[in-house]
Design a protein around this ligand. Structure first.
Ligand SMILES: NC(=O)C1=CN([C@@H]2O[C@H](COP(=O)(O)OP(=O)(O)OC[C@H]3O[C@@H](n4cnc5c(N)ncnc54)[C@H](O)[C@@H]3O)[C@@H](O)[C@H]2O)[C@H](O)CC1
Ligand SMILES: [K+]
Length: 503
């Protein structure tokens, strides 16, 4: 699945109109029909009186066509056209003409006319502005948007919530707060970043039949993971294999009082298919760890130098570093030691990233194609503060390219930036996973997949997707409030099974 910029979507529009071919007014009709069919399927059509706010561009044209189609359900429809003094786009004008023949009340919001009160029973449809937004909303348009936002009524935005830029930050400008956004054909970045969650509500992508041939020559801004992509990456676990075949991982995680993170990461690593796991465990915790996870071997470390305790790392396929590690000098020494002696891709998370941030020269020493898994704050510590989500996405991609690493920027839609410049938003997972330990589990899973022999980019895409799917499976059983990180671990196996059996 692709994520396109406003300009790319407009190009797709033009390509379709030319190549299919189809008249733009007919494409608008398909878009409007897709919206009304969605509303009918979701039983919205028969419940409401409708107020449809329309701009004078094609987004507004969509709104007029929707008004005409809704009228057939014999529901009271009022159209409010934001008067700009201009005629409006040709398709807008044609739909306005078609509407005049129907018993739909049309109001014009003039510069000084009072803004309409919105009765409780009304469902608002926002068709003021779409991908044609070319400047922050201000003046009367901003006043209308703020006016609509003041009401508790549900709002369905067409294509984009009016005022939202498709591919750059909208903050701090006004924007419609939509309950649902019905967007055409594909996601735009603005519908995937947390800073816009209040604006887009629940994003729904409606297929309006744009010509798929366009994608053969279009390099998408970003892409999205999905089940088929993850399933295509899955490798069969061949019979007659021995544990050594599935790799030996080393995990450096946990510190006195924070061993839970190490246990979670270790379990997740083995649940994700690693054949063998050795965990570096502080001497003080010698008793706890083997009890918590007997399947992992341990190397106990104390204040001696790392090279006295672990001289040979060549037996390990990969190393996971960070969860619960702490930032004390001993952790720094271990990170230095492993970065110096180990040149295969590794997984760096949490305190390993914070230690890197305190000495960014270490970034140069990370083995190529290693996987970094920062949450936004950890990323800003490493990279420097970003003022919005879009800046952070671009910075993550720059870091991936510059340091030839994979940056997994964790969030509601985790962003996976690759060294070659491609990037994916993850689509699996839900809010049940916003809990302590969830990141430790992801680190363990990624370490396990690397040990298992997956190439780093595949391990990142599959691991992030599986992690989210495991969270979904756990929340199906436990509800969204009660999922623990260990429940996600227990759902890794079912997630593999669900993916393997999916079509
Ligand atoms: N393939 C598709 O996705 C289809 C999309 N459709 C709809 O078309 C709009 C885009 O229409 P467009 O005419 O290009 O622009 P808008 O309607 O979004 O904007 C109208 C107009 O508004 C002016 N404007 C821009 N910024 C501001 C501002 N800050 N304040 C006030 N006015 C502003 C500017 O002059 C714009 O031209 C898309 O979103 C879909 O809804 C097609 O209908 C079907 C196929
Ligand atoms: K809109």
């Amino acid at each position: 699945m692709v994520v396109l910029s406003a300009e790319q979507v407009r190009a797709w529009d033009r390509f379709t109109i030319e190549k299919q071919p189809i008249a733009s007014i007919d494409l608008m009709e398909k878009a409007a029909m897709a919206c009304v069919q969605w509303m009918e399927t979701n039983r919205i059509v028969n419940q409401q009186q409708f107020y449809i706010f329309c701009g004078k561009g094609n987004n507004g044209g969509d709104g007029l066509a929707i008004a005409r189609l809704l009228q057939k359900f014999n529901r009271p429809v009022d159209v409010f056209i934001f008067e700009t003094g201009q005629l409006g786009s040709p398709d807008f004008q044609q739909n306005l003409h078609r509407l005049h023949t129907l018993p739909v009340t049309i109001h014009f919001i003039q510069e000084n006319s009072p803004l309409p009160d919105i009765p409780e029973s009304v469902l608002v449809i926002d068709a003021l502005l779409g991908t044609g937004l070319n400047r922050p909303v201000e003046g009367r348009m901003a006043a209308l948007i703020s006016h609509i936002n003041q009401y508790p009524n549900a709002v369905i935005s067409i294509d984009l919530p009016s005022g939202l830029f498709a591919d750059q930050s909208t903050l701090p400008h006004p924007c419609i707060h939509a309950s649902i956004t019905l967007s055409f054909q594909c996601f735009k970045p603005a519908l995937l970043v947390s800073e816009n969650a209040l604006f887009f509500g629940i994003p729904v992508i409606l297929d309006i039949g744009l010509d798929q041939r366009f994608l053969n020559s279009c390099t998408p801004l970003y892409e999205m993971t999905d089940g088929p992509l993850a399933k295509a990456i899955l490798q069969p676990r061949l019979a007659f294999s021995h544990k050594g075949k599935f790799g030996h991982a080393l995990l450096l995680a946990g510190s006195p009082g924070k061993m839970g993170a190490a246990v979670l990461a270790a379990k997740a690593c083995l649940r994700s298919g690693a054949g063998l796991l050795t965990t570096l465990v502080p001497e003080l915790e010698r008793m706890l760890f083997p009890t918590a996870i007997p399947e992992s071997m341990s190397i106990l470390y104390d204040n001696r130098k790392p090279e006295e305790i672990l001289s040979d790392t060549s037996i390990y396929k990969t190393i996971g570093i960070g969860p619960g590690l702490g930032q004390q000098p001993q952790s720094r020494d271990w990170l230095h030691h492993l970065l110096t002696h180990f040149r295969k891709p590794m997984v760096l998370d949490a305190d390993a990233l914070n230690l890197l941030a305190s000495d960014v020269r270490l970034l140069e020493g990370i083995p190529p194609f290693s996987i970094l898994t920062p949450h936004p704050k950890e990323f800003d510590r490493l990279n420097g503060t970003c003022s919005n989500d879009f800046e952070r996405l671009e910075a993550a991609l720059r870091m991936a390219i510059q340091h030839q690493v994979i940056v997994v920027l964790k969030g509601h839609r985790t962003f996976i930036a690759m060294p070659g410049g491609r990037a994916w938003f993850n689509t699996s997972g839900n809010a049940s996973m916003a809990k302590g330990g969830s990141g430790d589990v992801l680190t363990g899973m990624l370490t396990g997949l690397l040990a298992r022999g997956y190439a780093p980019e595949q391990a990142a895409l599959l691991g992030v997707y599986l992690h989210g799917l495991a969270g979904e499976i756990a929340s199906r059983k436990l509800g969204k409030e009660s999922v623990l990180a260990s429940d996600i671990i227990d759902s890794i196996g079912p997630a593999f099974l669900e993916l393997e059996s999916s079509n």
